[in-house]
Design a protein around this ligand. Structure first.
Ligand SMILES: NC(=O)c1ccc[n+]([C@@H]2O[C@H](COP(=O)([O-])OP(=O)(O)OC[C@H]3O[C@@H](n4cnc5c(N)ncnc54)[C@H](OP(=O)(O)O)[C@@H]3O)[C@@H](O)[C@H]2O)c1
Length: 263
């Protein structure tokens, strides 16, 4: 069994997941990096990781291409982690997609709804089921075992955007998923947290950059700047460092104050 702590970050080939992976590497975790479409990590990404792990890179990281919306790929993903590391300490449910195209709720298609819900909810829901059951066994095998599960949802779980209703529904469902697993796993001392990012500068928001530049400038967020993937990664660091004890099922808003109701 791997002697270092192990973290699986879904959707960590780019954006928020990548920043979380680099942050956890700095905390000396061994990592499973995952994406659906990416076949191998970019040279720039590999170099950033090499700077952290030096010669140990190959022993400390694996990239597993797996579509978390597919049951068979989720099972293979977890089997590969078992074979390679024999343990898991942190699961970050980060992989997610926006609707293939923004479409008014009055015209949006059922196929887009199904696709978004499968990736953003069904995938993490059942991946968590697999990992949580494994964590229960590991609790009996590893001394001082302190596992964490962290869901990356969105301000869309409480904010209406009728041009991407299926995304909002998927994130609202993830918020309930956080509560359900936090409740069920509390007796086993496995805390479950949810981070709700606001408007974060990544590939996902690149097509609406000008719109958000304008809105942020106009005061949409009390803190007048784009969020960065590193803002989310630092929050993950706080959680896995044990800085939020006596807490589970909590939502942490990392949105520049967007969630505040203002007069
Ligand atoms: N950016 C924002 O403003 C924002 C705000 C709130 C919440 N979020 C949430 O934050 C998470 C990360 O988003 P991001 O902005 O960092 O987007 P991103 O840069 O597009 O990254 C998405 C990641 O998810 C992976 N992915 C997509 N579908 C997958 C699947 N079926 N199975 C496994 N991996 C999959 C992608 O990998 P491949 O490309 O290799 O397939 C990529 O690594 C998402 O859940 C998103 O909803 C983002």
């Amino acid at each position: 069994m791997e002697k270092n702590k192990v973290a699986l970050i879904t959707g960590s080939t780019s954006g928020i997941g990548k920043a979380i992976a680099i942050q956890l590497a700095k905390l000396n975790y061994s990592l499973i990096i995952n994406g659906a479409r990416t076949t191998q990590l970019s040279e720039e990404y590999n170099n950033s990781l090499k700077e952290i792990y030096n010669d140990a890179l190959k022993n400390r990281i694996i990239y597993i291409q797996a579509d978390i919306s597919k049951k068979s790929e989720r099972i293979t993903l977890v089997e590969k982690v078992k074979t390679r590391f024999g343990r898991i300490d942190v699961l970050i449910n980060n992989a997610g997609i926006a609707p293939p195209e923004r479409k008014d709720i009055l015209n949006a298609s059922e196929s887009s709804f199904e696709k978004v819900l499968k990736v953003n909810v069904q995938g993490p829901y059942f991946l968590t089921q697999l990992v949580a059951n494994w964590m229960l066994k590991l609790r009996e095998e590893i001394i001082n075992y302190n596992p964490y599960i962290i869901n990356i949802s969105s301000i869309s779980s409480f904010t209406s955007s009728p041009s991407r209703g299926e995304y909002c529904i998927s994130k609202a469902a993830m918020t309930m998923m956080t509560k359900l697993y936090a409740d069920r796993l509390s007796e086993f001392n496995i805390p479950v947290y949810e981070i709700q990012p606001g408007i974060i500068k990544t590939r996902m928001t690149s097509s609406v950059k000008e719109k958000y530049d304008h809105l942020i400038n106009e005061g949409l967020t009390p803190i007048k700047r784009w969020g960065l993937p590193e803002d989310i990664a630092k929050t993950v660091k706080a959680i896995v460092s044990g800085l939020l004890p006596y807490s589970t099922g909590d939502i942490i808003h990392i949105d520049g104050g967007f969630h505040l109701k203002r007069l």
